[in-house]
Design a protein around this ligand. Structure first.
Ligand SMILES: NC(=O)c1ccc[n+]([C@@H]2O[C@H](COP(=O)([O-])OP(=O)(O)OC[C@H]3O[C@@H](n4cnc5c(N)ncnc54)[C@H](O)[C@@H]3O)[C@@H](O)[C@H]2O)c1
Length: 279
């Protein structure tokens, strides 16, 4: 792969920067984050290490901001890889905010960037193990299916799950499950352009976000003890899978999810894509 192809990484936190670092070995990288300073300083650091990386501001929850990102991608000749990594954990926002950042935003990004995908391009949407530990009633699935890119999604979900269940943990599960559905549902449109869209669900990963959740969430601590790997995953292990999914070696993988969790989901649930109903 020539280094003149563009990879877009949205989210310049722990995992996003690790992914950008890996992709910068093969691509020019455009690194976007709502926090412009964070995106720019990560880009400077990766450039000092030999990559060709630029940082830009983008708030995935704003259609106008995402449109500006798409314009930038177009002006750079289109992209070969999109890694949508930006997200909030349950301790970082309320129900509405988590749904907006984790599902409405990524849906807007996928929609706005698809017209600028070069043939052979791949989009990798970072979901979560959480999406594999829950199921939802048909009424909820219908809303997730029809309205993932709608700014009104939080209200539509509240209407079907009930106000008493509209908490940050449920929002996280809904948003990450919604991403799996999004990739499945959008694979045909991406395929029509000879492109792929895949979700990647990390388990417990050693990032600042992972550490924060680990300290404050007793359930997560219990999950860690049950993990067959008996350890957290590393950001490099996630970057390895992103690099593979972005490559020609993954050319027959689209519209599905890759779970990278050290076997944890298997250890705690023997039903693929199913645990307890979350609402
Ligand atoms: N760390 C883990 O253990 C773990 C496990 C499963 C899934 N994940 C997922 O991986 C992704 C990255 O996690 P991380 O540990 O790197 O988190 P992080 O908090 O380090 O990084 C997230 C980044 O997203 C950015 N962001 C937040 N809101 C945004 C917005 N509106 N527009 C654009 N950018 C925005 C933040 O500024 C931050 O830089 C998240 O989607 C998270 O849900 C993480």
């Amino acid at each position: 792969m020539a280094v003149d192809e563009l990879a877009v990484v949205v989210g310049a936190g722990g995992m996003g920067t690790a992914i950008a670092r890996r992709l910068s070995q093969q691509y020019r990288v455009l690194l976007a984050d709502v926090d412009e300073q964070r995106a720019v300083s990560a880009a400077v650091m990766l450039s000092e290490d030999g990559g060709s990386v630029s940082g830009v501001q983008c708030d995935v929850t704003s259609s106008a901001s995402v449109a500006r990102l798409a314009d930038e991608v177009q002006s750079q000749g289109g992209f070969r890889v999109l890694a949508q990594v930006a997200g909030l954990s349950p301790t970082m926002g309320d129900f509405d905010r988590i749904i907006r950042v984790n599902l409405v935003g990524p849906s807007l990004v996928a929609e706005a960037l698809l017209p600028h995908a070069k043939p052979g391009a791949a989009a990798i949407m970072i979901s979560s193990l959480a999406a594999h530990l829950c199921t939802f009633p048909e009424a909820v699935l219908n809303v997730l299916r029809d309205s993932a890119a709608s700014h009104d999604l939080p209200n539509r979900l509240r209407a079907v799950i009930g106000e008493d269940r509209a908490n940050p943990n449920t929002a996280y599960q809904l948003s990450k499950f919604g991403l799996l559905m999004l990739c499945r549902r959008r694979a045909a449109d991406w395929g029509a352009r000879n492109c792929r869209i895949v979700s990647l669900s990390p388990g417990i990963i050693a990032t600042p976000m992972g550490a924060r959740e680990f300290q404050s969430n007793a359930t997560k601590q219990r999950l860690f003890e049950l993990s067959p790997a008996k350890r957290e995953g590393t950001m490099n292990e996630i970057a390895d899978v992103v690099e593979f999914l972005a490559s020609e070696r993954a050319s027959f993988i689209s519209g599905t999810d890759i779970l990278v969790d050290g076997g944890l989901a298997g250890a705690i649930s023997d039903i693929p894509f199913g645990g307890k109903e979350a609402v």
